[in-house]
Structure formats: C-alpha cells, structure tokens
Write a protein that binds this ligand. Structure first.
Ligand code: ADP
Ligand code: ZN
Length: 520
C-alpha cells in the first residue's frame, strides 16, 4: 500500500494543489493515481463522493497524450466537462449533443486535449478507432465500469465493445471506475476489461454515521410517521410504484403535518423539478420518490432514507441509503419489508433471460441475507463489498437491540407439508387455518380437515407462522404463485427431509412495544 507521504507522489501532489486546489489525496486516490502514472491497469471501486474523477483527471494533466473517458450518460459527461474546464483542464466531449465536433477532433489531433469524453456506443464504430489512432493516448478511463458486467445491476451491451477498442491500443493503460461492484461483478469487470488480478483498489465503503435498521412492514404509514416524528430533518422515502409514492406522500403529510412531496417519472417535469428544488433547499422537507430520485442530487443534510419495500439489490440499497448523512452527522436508514416484496421479485425471475437468471437470483439471495440477518447489518453490507469488517458496529438495529434467533425447523416442515398436501395453490391464511385445525367452511369443503397436517400446530407455535413464511419467501424456499398460492421452491425439499435447518430472527420485544421505536 502506498502511503500518502510517498515521495514518488510529490509531483502528483504538486499538480493536485496547482490544478485542483486540494491539499492532499483522500482515501485511496493516491494509490490509484500512483498506479495510473506507472502505467498499470486498475479497477478502482470507491463509493460515490470518494473522488473518483480526480484519479484520471489528474494523471491526464500529467501524462503526454489524451485520456479517453468513456461515460454512459451525456448529462453526466457535460457536468464533468464543466468541472474539468473550470479547473483549467483541456477537455472536450464528442456526443450527439455536441455541435463542435470539428473543433474537438482538430484539438485531439493536434494533441491539445487532456481529456476526451465519449459514450460507449462510439467505441464500436470503426471510424472512431481510426480517429483515435491519429494522436497519442495516455489512458482509457472507463466510468461506471459495472455496466460491462451482466452481474452488475446496470448491464449495457455497448460496454462490451470497449475491450476490442482498448486491445487495439494495447500499450495504453486502463482505469475502470465504479461505486457499485460486489465481488462477482468486480471479478467480471476485471476480466471483461483486461485488468490484471492485482489491479484492484477498493476504498472503504463504511458510512459510520448511518444507523441501519430493517423491519417487517406492518403499517408503513404508521411506521414512517413514527420515524418522521423522531427525525425533524429532511428525509427521502423510496416507494416501489408511482401510485404508492402519491398515496404515501398524501398520507404522511396528513399524519405528520410536515411538508411531504411526491417525485416520480409520471409527474409533469415542472412539478417534478419544483418538488426536487424545494426538497434540496429545505431543512425539514420529506420527499417520497421512486428510485429515479437522487442520482446526482447533492444534499448533504438528509437525515433519513426509508425504503418501503425491498430495494433492487444490496448495491442499490447501499447507494440509496448513502444519500443520508453526507455531512457526517447522524442519519437513519430504515427498510420496511414484506414477504410480498420478495414473492414478486422471485416471480419475475421466470421472465428474466435464462443467461441472467443466476445473477438475479444471487442478487435476491444477498438481499434476503441482509434483511434476515440476526447479526450486524453493516457487517453484511461491507462484506458484500469485499471488506472484512468487525463483527459488530454498535450503530445498527441488530447491534443496538440484539434479536433472538429461534430454530423453527419443525414448524417449517409442517408449513411446507401443508403447502404441499393442499396442492401448492393456497395462501398463508388458508394454510394457517389447516395447520391450527380451524373450524372453517372452505377448509372442510376442500377436505383439508382430513389431511394429516390438520391441527398439528398449537397456538403458541402458530404465532410464528407469519414470520416463518416471510423468511421462507425471502429465501425462496416458499414461492408465491401467480394465483396467490404458496408453492415449494429453493431448499424446501432439504428442509422436509431434515437436511436443512431453519432459523428465524425474533425482533426484540422491548423495541416492538415502545411505539416510537417501531420504525427507528
Ligand atoms: P465520485 O465520482 O467518486 O462520486 P467525485 O469525483 O464527483 O466523486 O468527487 C466528489 C467531490 O469530492 C468533488 O466535489 C471533488 O471535487 C471532491 N474531491 C475529490 N478529491 C478530493 C480531495 N483529494 N480533496 C478534497 N476534495 C476532493
Ligand atoms: Zn451493527
């Protein structure tokens, strides 16, 4: 590891002060810059805000030739361009939105550019390859590099064209950058882009001031109201659909008397922009939004981020909750989840391309692991990003209020048998009636009172059926069918045959009964 005081970095630090006006490198920047200046291809995985752009912009000003930057969004490119030019860096973009192609091409050919930004689809054009050959290159910088991997959450086929392009300039080092690469995605990005195994630089992902909490959702409005009463500052509530966004915004405003505005792609652009601007400017507003909200928003004092429903992935969760507490002051991240969230997500697996299904399933399993753990949430998150964190953090729900863990293998067998014997086409409500031996017309009509599983669950055990079903659905051992029935899936068979143990987390009673704590 390179210490920031490494004398080899002196010229780079000099340039850092001169061009950017910063006193020193932050985090792993020095390590990345050192590698790039030495011509070593690198994958830099750093959280948003860590200062990734500097790791190619600085070498670009120091090395002879032009650094080609591949970036997926034109808007993002133009932001970067403005910032780079403001620092006096000679930069240009070649996108469909630019009118000054000729000037840019001339500047590149005469070696007058430090940075040239392009979209990945350029890479596949033979004419572009010829153009690149017309002047020396210093570096390939590939931003949002997770887009090259099908394991990533944002695969873009155009990124696959980058490899042949870069291989055509084999002597030019590569720097891939991303904020969101788990272990598998990372390995894939490195092999897809031809970065050697020892070329990984991983920055700290911990956000110690964020307190993570994950709770079953019983009444989202009530749970969020409790959270908002404890948290007077600005907050973001993520909801899965436009309808839920509208509905929650209205109900939360009524229940709390606070300013709560909706944000989703279906609102007219003027309203959307106004709601966003009001939120960014305020010290107490709450915005209820779909995941479309938040990209590129710089609001350091967000005091809480809540999810109603599970996010798409652990990476998504990290990124969305990462919008809380950027000022370093205490902030909360609260996820309210339900069995249905996983049921829907697992159902969608069947519509996913065969080739991608494994990755999608792994993504859901990782989420289920985060939701269901009795251990430290932060440790689960950081391990997901390849770090080796301490076992406890002292600042998440499970560290603060350790939950109990119960072995419910026996009950799981009963529930799975009931689902199986009733033809895997009934929901939890019906299965509960069968298992507890309820007097019920529908149970009798179907002859389910004649089954061996009828009435085999006592009232004490029956309380556990719902959390158990939720856990089994999260893991995919119980799968909701299109018609609302529960069918066996995942490791259901191993559970039935006694090869697999089922443990579930029991939320601590003390924290459940104190109303205000419910959501926080
Ligand atoms: P990322 O791309 O990793 O999300 P950016 O490159 O946008 O992050 O940088 C985030 C912010 O950090 C920018 O405002 C940038 O100017 C600032 N920054 C980057 N490096 C340093 C540094 N060494 N010292 C101080 N501020 C820095
Ligand atoms: Zn913890």
């Amino acid at each position: 590891e390179i210490a920031d005081s490494d004398p080899a970095l002196a010229p780079a630090r000099e340039e850092l002060r001169r061009v950017f006006g910063f006193d020193d490198f932050r985090g792993r920047q020095a390590q990345v810059v050192t590698r790039v200046l030495a011509g070593q291809s690198t994958l830099a995985v750093m959280p948003t805000g860590a200062g990734k752009s500097l790791t190619y912009q600085l070498p670009a000003t120091m090395l002879p030739g032009t650094c080609l930057v591949v970036s997926p969004l034109i808007a993002l490119m133009h932001d970067q361009l403005r910032a780079a030019r403001a620092n006096g860096i000679r930069a240009a973009t070649l996108t469909s939105a630019d009118a000054d192609w000729r000037e840019t091409q001339d500047a590149f050919r005469s070696g007058e550019l430090d940075l040239l930004y392009v979209a990945p689809e350029r890479a596949s054009q033979p004419a572009f390859r010829e153009f690149l050959a017309s002047s020396p290159l210093s570096l390939f910088a590939v931003d949002e590099a997770h887009c090259v991997s099908e394991w990533g959450h944002d695969f873009r086929p155009d990124y696959r064209q980058l490899r042949p392009l870069m291989d055509a300039f084999g002597h030019v080092p590569r720097l891939a950058l991303t904020a969101t690469a788990d272990r598998q995605t990372r390995a894939d990005v490195m092999s897809q882009l031809g970065i050697p195994d020892d070329g990984l630089v991983l920055a700290g992902f911990d956000r110690p001031n964020i307190r993570y909490a994950v709770r079953p959702r019983d009444n989202a409005v009530r749970q969020l109201t409790a959270l908002m009463k404890e948290q007077p500052g600005p907050g973001i509530v993520y909801a899965p659909t436009r309808r839920k966004v509208e509905d929650l915004a209205e109900k939360l405003a009524a229940a709390t008397g606070r300013q709560v505005a909706p944000y989703h792609a279906g609102l007219d652009p003027a309203t959307r922009a106004a709601n966003q601007a009001a939120f960014v400017a305020s010290e107490d507003r709450v915005i209820v939004a779909t995941v479309a909200f938040g990209m590129g928003i710089d609001k350091p004092d967000v005091r809480f981020v809540a999810h109603v429903g599970v996010p798409k992935s652990v990476e998504g969760y990290y990124q969305e909750t990462g919008r809380a507490g950027r000022d370093g002051d205490p902030a909360h991240a609260v996820m309210l989840w339900g069995a249905g969230d996983f049921a829907t997500a697992r159902q969608r697996l069947s519509e996913v391309d065969e080739a991608r299904r494994g990755a999608e399933r792994a993504r859901l399993d990782a989420l289920a692991g985060l939701v269901e753990t009795a251990g430290c949430r932060r440790a689960v998150l950081l391990r997901h990003f390849g770090e080796d964190p301490p076992a406890t953090c002292g600042n998440c729900d499970n560290c603060l209020f350790p939950p109990g863990v119960t072995d419910v293998t026996e009950l799981a067998r009963k529930l799975l048998s009931a689902a199986y014997r009733t033809g895997q086409s009934f929901g939890l409500g019906h299965l509960q009636k069968v298992l507890t031996g309820a007097e019920d017309e529908r149970v009798r009509q179907r002859g389910h009172d004649q089954l061996s599983v009828f009435g085999i669950v006592g009232s004490e055990e029956a309380r556990m059926l719902q959390p158990l079903s939720r856990a089994l659905q999260a893991r995919g051992d119980l799968v909701a069918t299109e018609h609302g029935g529960l069918a066996l899936g995942g490791s259901a068979r191993a559970i039935l045959t006694g090869e697999s143990v089922v443990e579930i987390v029991i939320p601590p009673r003390a924290t459940r009964s104190r109303r205000g704590r419910d959501a926080a």
